[in-house]
Design a protein around this ligand. Structure first.
Ligand SMILES: [Zn+2]
Length: 104
């Protein structure tokens, strides 16, 4: 039986990267909509986003989606700028059934 050397398999590296991300998980986010605590927080892939270490998305009970990002300040700024530019896409009300327009 050969001794398995520390090969650093891809699975291990992914697990390590995920553990690192989990460490940076915020305890809670503050909702952009109602100012309440958002504790349902999920990591978002940062692939292709240079300088961003982690992105978190929280779904508040009020329906508002709140993002948090960590990394280089410039990259984080750019991320939030891109989000605001695409606000109808990613922020605010999700319009599941299409038709209804509600004013928040
Ligand atoms: Zn809220």
């Amino acid at each position: 039986m050969g001794q398995a050397k520390n090969r650093g398999t891809q699975a291990e590296r992914i697990a390590q990267a995920q553990a690192k991300i989990e460490e940076s998980r915020p305890e809670k986010l503050v909702c952009n909509g109602c100012g309440g605590d958002v504790t349902t927080i999920n990591p978002v892939s940062t692939r292709g986003l240079r300088g961003i270490d982690a992105i978190w998305v929280g779904q508040c009970e009020c329906g508002q989606t709140t993002f948090a990002a960590s990394g280089e300040p410039k990259a984080v700024d750019a991320f939030f700028f891109a989000l605001s530019e695409n606000s109808e896409l990613t922020l605010g009300r999700q319009n599941k059934d299409g038709a209804e327009h509600e004013t928040a």
